[in-house]
Every structure is written in C-alpha cells, then in structure tokens.
Design a protein around this ligand. Sequence first.
Ligand SMILES: [Zn+2]
Length: 343
Amino acid sequence: MWLPNIIIIGRGLKDKVAEVALTASNGQPVLIVTGKTAYSIYGRTVSEAIGERIDIEVHQVGADFSQELKIIHTILSKKRFGAVVGIGGGKVIDISKASAHKAGVRFVSVPTVASHDGIASPMASVMDSSQLYSIMVSMPFAIVADIDTIEKAPHRYVASGCGDLVAKYTAVRDWKLSHKITGEYFGDYAASLAYMSAEIIFKNAKKIGRREQDSIRTVVEALISAGVAMGIAGSSRPCSGSEHLISHALSRLMEEPPLHGERCGVSTIFAAFAQKAAWKKVKSALSSVGAPSNLSELGVDEQTFVKAVVMAPDIRPDRYTILHKLRLTESDVRQMLRDAELN
Ligand SMILES: [Zn+2]
C-alpha cells in the first residue's frame, strides 16, 4: 500500500503549504510547478511563503504540455531539489507529479480545482508528442487542499470532479466482474473506499449543485479518498473501469475533448446501463450537481460516442470490464444510447 504521509484539508492554508514543503524537502531547495491562472490566484502567495523559509525555483508551465515533462526534468537534473510542489489544476498536478517521480523527488500536491481524483493518486496522465497516456507513479508525499481557493474556481470543475467520483460506481462493479470471470485479485477494502466516494456524491448531489456550505469540501475529501483507494489497491482498478475506457477513447477521438470528469460522468451512465445497474441514479446525481448528463450537454455527437464505446475495450485489453464481456456493435450502442436517454 502506498499512502500519503500528510493530508491537510482546510481554509487559509498558505502557511501550512510552506510548512509541509519544508518538511518534504528536508531543508533542500523546492521546485514549484504551477500554471498561469493558478499562479496568479494562489501560487504567488504560496511561493512567497515558501521562499521566506527556503530556496525556491518557480516554473510556470507553458501552453504546449507535450514538452513539459522534458523541461521540468531538465530543471530537476541541474540542481539538487528536496521536493516538487505542484500548484494548479489537473494537468499541472499530473505533470509535476510525474516529473517528481521520474527524478525520485518527493511530491507535494496543492490542487486549486477539484476536477479529478489525480490530486491524491499514484497515477498521472501525461502527454508525449502523440497522445495522452496514464502511468503509475509514486503517491504524493503530501496533499494540501485549501478550500478557500478551490471554491473560487468555476463550478464546472467541481461538477467534473463529481463525474470522476460517480465513475467509481461502475468501476467497482467492473472490478468485481473481472474477479469473477478472470480471477483477478479483488481488494474489498479498496473497492469499498472507492465505492463510498461515489455514494457520498449520490447522497449530497443537490447540496453540491446549490454549493451549500461544506459541500465543496465533501467533494475534495471524496476525491482524496478515491486517490487513497488506488494507493491501497496498488493500481487504478478501484477507480477506473469501462467508463474510464470510454472517456480515454473520447479523448483520443476528439481534438478538444470535454474535461476528464465530465466525460467519465456521462460514460458512467452508459456503463451502468450496460451493467444493468442503477443508471438513473447516476444520471440524476450528475444533473443535480450541474454536470453534463447526456451527449448534447457533454458536447459529443452520437457517432463519436458510438465509436468510443466500440474501441474502448481495445484501449486496455488486459483490464476486463463489462465492455469486454459484451463486445458491443455500433448498432447495439446506438440502441443503448436511446434506452439510457443519453441522446
Ligand atoms: Zn478519473
């Protein structure tokens, strides 16, 4: 099991981030990786707080993400850093987490949005010259989630985070199915933890949609729990099943795909329908939180979604899911889209 050493969720945590960075780096210099917006809303003040205590270098990622792994790797190889602190959204966290892992340096995750479970997981989606792929990396040494900052981000990001969380509903079912059919290891504890993070969204969907007090914090806690579930399982299995395969296929088929969690949410409705599970419950939770709950709200046309479902099992032939079992044809998918009220 890989677990984070420190998890802090709260408000006004700028000084806490500095303290944690100091602990993580053992007194050695800290590399701060951040994005343009994240730097202006949070990164600058945090960098100053860390800079008062220790040597820092700040790297702002550029628009071309495919080059960032190389660029950050070069920075990390020039000087001895004790920790990398990633401050920003999903992409910044992923790229800085992967870079820290490659250099064997501790990673501190400081998310400024709650859009997916990568904020606390041992997985990273990275882009090389051709496409996006997911790799296993080290668990973040620490996660510091400042709700004051995360709440300021547009609601779309929190709604997307909910999409990535309801996905655990079908992911756990796929894992169980694979255990039954292929004999794959099934970890009850990790599965329950992941499943619970979907359940908490079903239970609080209306509150999240209305952005009631502490509802954003609930989403952040659930995302971190999902990440920890992956750390316990030693893979993304508890959190990623057929719905994630469809989502990955969509990102390959589209030039400007919707957010990861938005794709996963709508794909979860489809996967739940395929599994004969409670797809209406998923759909109504997504619509209550204000996330896309059909193809037109997602901004994906029927033909692209149909293609994505058909190609999904081949994206990871080794990860058995309901889609590997059913091997749907294009016309099956079209019929199911109608029956699941997705178009
Ligand atoms: Zn995900």
